[in-house]
Design a protein around this ligand. Structure first.
Ligand SMILES: *Cc1c(COP(=O)(O)O)cnc(C)c1O
Length: 416
């Protein structure tokens, strides 16, 4: 009998977490213990022995490893290999979109829709659930606009952890169903994601669940950090000039910025870092407003609405971390309206055959807008993030049909 296995990344490797740190106050917290927010009520960031890490892994080592997020194991917090809960978190491709370029610089779309559960939420929740397993958590709860709940449901089921999910009542139908199909208990709530978050907060004591809300646990950022590590590696350790990121809770933006700092600290990248651009919808743009107002914290956005449900986040606990990344990088924050988002989805899919999710399409609309406003210089190479499969969202109807009882009408087909 053969016990041959394909080459994989699930081998023991040294890990380097030293402690956790409040993103606002810098206060230290012990590693390998259960934590939510810091005492200041702000996100905790995972810190590493970067010198040790640097001595343990090289760029060449990476080349030998399979193309998934676990190739960056030394940069990740999971201590014991058996706690890794994986559904195959593949590296995602960078797809060039030459016909859509606004100038002479390159234009690439990072297609996160190819990850497990069809969105980049898999990166964060894979790490959050793996760490939950490592820390002995039996029950988790999450407020979600859809994709995060779906990813948590999938990984929690695989880990044997009970999952409770709360989403706004107008969450895309496919999301609610996939959450239920993947073994979680799911409720529609007649409110927005922050209202769902309040339910999760209120249930902590009576339900004994762990609050897996965006940035209220420390490890989703580490999962999203792999987007920054991947980009650096895919750009041969140089990096693009500017990154357009559809921003809700901001995990990905904060995670990528953290990745770049860590890579810089170990000398794997040098020079200028990409300009980070927050993209939101005009129907929900708290970070854009805070950026324009020059303040460090954003106000709650009233009556939030947008077709891009993943970025409908009226209040984010990591607002100051996003704003810092945008300002330190020389980036900006920009809002586009729903018509521009849907027009952008249409244009990218018709011209380049790439069906973006509305949130991803928002980044293309923002790229075009920034080029018109001359906030983007013509020679800048840009990366847009397509965060979920376009197939998870409602699409325009296509109603043409053929009646086999009638003769075929090829002329009509040409005109269709
Ligand atoms: C969650 C989500 C976002 C926003 O990501 P954050 O990192 O939480 O800001 C954007 N697009 C899609 C499709 C999402 O599911």
């Amino acid at each position: 009998m053969s016990n041959a296995r394909p080459v994989d990344n699930f081998v023991d490797r040294p890990t380097f977490v030293t402690h956790l740190e409040c993103g606002l106050s810098g206060e230290r917290y012990a590693a390998d213990q259960l934590h939510g927010l810091s005492r200041a009520g702000r996100p905790l960031l995972v810190r590493y022995d970067l010198e040790g890490l640097q001595g343990a892994v090289s760029k060449d080592d990476l080349r030998q490893r399979p193309a998934d997020i676990w190739r960056y194991r030394e940069f990740l917090p999971v201590r014991r290999t058996e706690n890794i809960v994986s559904l195959g978190e593949n590296m995602t491709p960078l797809i060039e979109a030459p016909s859509l370029r606004a100038g002479t610089g390159g234009l690439f779309i990072k297609d996160e829709g190819r990850l497990p559960t069809g969105s980049f939420k898999a990166r964060g929740l894979c790490l959050a659930v793996s760490m939950a397993k490592e820390l002995g958590i039996a029950r988790m709860a999450i407020p979600t606009n859809g994709n995060a709940g779906a990813a948590m449901a999938a990984y929690a089921s695989r880990a044997g952890i009970e999952a409770y999910v709360f989403c706004p009542e107008d969450t895309p139908e496919v999301n609610v169903r996939e959450i239920a199909a993947q073994g979680a208990k799911v409720w529609r709530v007649n409110g927005l994601i922050n209202d769902c978050g309040k339910i999760v907060g209120a249930g902590k004591e009576p339900m004994g669940w762990f609050d897996c809300s965006t940035l209220k646990e420390p490890y989703r950022i580490e999962g999203k950090k792999t987007m920054g590590l991947e980009l650096a590696e895919q750009f041969a350790w140089s990096l693009p000039d500017i990154i357009f990121y559809p921003t809700g809770g901001g995990t990905g933006l904060i995670g990528m910025w953290k990745a770049f700092q860590e890579l810089k600290a170990i000398g794997w990248i040098t020079g200028k870092l990409p300009r980070m651009v927050v993209v939101q919808s005009t129907g929900c743009a708290p970070i854009v407003k805070a950026w324009k107002d020059g303040v460090e914290h954003a106000d709650l956005w009233p009556n939030a609405h947008t077709v891009a449900s993943g970025i409908r986040v009226p209040a984010a606990v990591g607002d100051f971390l996003m704003l810092r990344a945008v300002r330190e990088s020389g980036g900006f924050a920009i809002a586009v309206d729903d018509d521009a988002i849907l027009a952008a989805r249409n244009e990218v899919s018709r011209r380049e055959g790439f069906l973006m999710c509305p949130e991803g399409a928002a980044t293309f609309a923002a790229y075009q807008q920034a080029a018109r406003d001359e906030r983007l210089s013509p020679d800048e190479t840009a990366v847009l993030f397509n965060c979920a499969s376009g197939l998870k969202y409602e699409l325009p109807r296509a109603d043409a049909s053929i009646d086999l009882t009638k003769p075929l009408d090829f002329d009509a087909m040409k005109k269709a």
